[in-house]
Design a protein around this ligand. Structure first.
Ligand SMILES: [Zn+2]
Length: 330
């Protein structure tokens, strides 16, 4: 809050992140431009006018940047993140949709293209997530669940490294091979159970370490202890969805919640929350715009805004004047 008291300070920070060595035209790549009176830039090469936020997730936003920065700070610094409802309260904005869409835009930037795949020794398994409906007894009575692939680096002698999660269409050879290839570096030892969907991954360049659940049961061992890493990650993810988001995550948006969980898990040992904030904004100015209609492709956010001016007011800026020590004025 000391760093970003005004919307102009926030804009300058985004400019510094996006063009650390000065203006670069987003259209032609020309590096000479001038600042126009309205704060935008004109390109000396092609004449295009562009702003710091154009072509980023802040493109055409009508939410003041101080509100964005506060949302991003809460998103990045709270250990378990923040729900749309608590964000709406924290920002004191009237629109649940605005808070909901801001969080979804932040989630959508977390996956960096070309990020490194998992390596070393990696456990891979599938689990079912979602479909929790209050009032239904557990087990088979639950609502529709999604099949999720989980991969976790296992460290010697103990502990876990990074993880990856993704929705799988099914547990077939084709789906599981695609999941492993997308998330695990070839040459890695992949630890799986005896499911035939993993057969043949050695032909893709992996070493398979197959742990048979049946053999474990016959030995009297706990079959769930065969893949401790994936079970740990899967149960943390389920607990997080039920805790922070109260389980109100629909199928269509589950992938972006999984992205957020993976982002948090992989930074769980990061000591500087401020660096995570910096990183999210850095990804945000490097990410193309995400339109509201893309976010709501299927379902609308569940909660309706309070009656009155339903959800269309834009939140006021959170700008604060420089502190003038009111306690001394009295
Ligand atoms: Zn240009």
């Amino acid at each position: 809050m000391a760093w970003f008291p005004t919307d102009a300070d926030c804009l300058d920070y985004l400019e510094w992140l996006r063009w650390p060595d000065g203006f670069v035209c987003p259209r032609c790549g020309h590096e000479v431009g001038w600042r126009l009176a309205d704060g935008r830039f004109g390109c000396a090469g092609c004449g295009q006018r562009s702003s710091v936020t154009a072509g980023t997730i802040f493109d055409r936003t009508r939410t003041p940047l101080t509100v964005w920065f506060t949302a991003c700070w809460l998103f990045a610094t709270q250990k378990d993140g923040v729900s749309a409802l608590s964000l709406q309260r924290a920002l004191e904005i009237s629109s649940y949709q605005t808070a909901w869409a801001m969080l979804h835009r932040l989630r959508s930037v977390l996956i960096r293209p070309g990020r490194e795949r998992l390596r070393g020794r990696v456990e891979v398994d599938e689990t079912f997530i979602g479909g929790e409906e209050p009032g239904l007894r557990g087990g088979r009575q639950r609502g529709k669940k999604s099949l999720v692939g989980v991969a976790v680096e296992v460290r010697e002698p103990k502990g876990f490294g990074r993880c990856r999660m993704a929705i799988l269409p099914d547990a077939s050879v084709a789906s599981l091979h695609r999941f492993v290839a997308a998330n695990v570096e070839p040459g890695t030892t992949v630890v799986t159970d005896g499911w035939p969907g993993y057969s043949g991954i050695d032909e893709l360049g992996y070493r398979r370490d197959r742990r048979s659940q049946r053999a474990a049961r016959l030995r009297g061992d706990d079959p769930f202890a065969l893949l401790p890493g994936v079970h740990r990650v899967a149960s943390l993810a389920k607990r997080w969805l039920l805790g922070t988001h109260q389980g109100s995550v629909d199928d269509a948006h589950l992938p972006s919640y999984l992205d957020e969980f993976v982002f948090r898990f992989n930074r769980r040992t990061s000591r500087s929350r401020g660096l995570v904030f910096h990183r999210v904004l850095e990804l945000a100015v490097a990410h193309e715009p995400v339109r509201y209609r893309e976010l709501i492709l299927n379902p609308e956010p569940k909660k309706k805004p309070p009656a009155g001016r339903p959800g269309w007011g834009h939140p006021p800026s959170l700008e604060r004047p420089p502190a003038n020590r009111p306690w001394r004025a009295a």
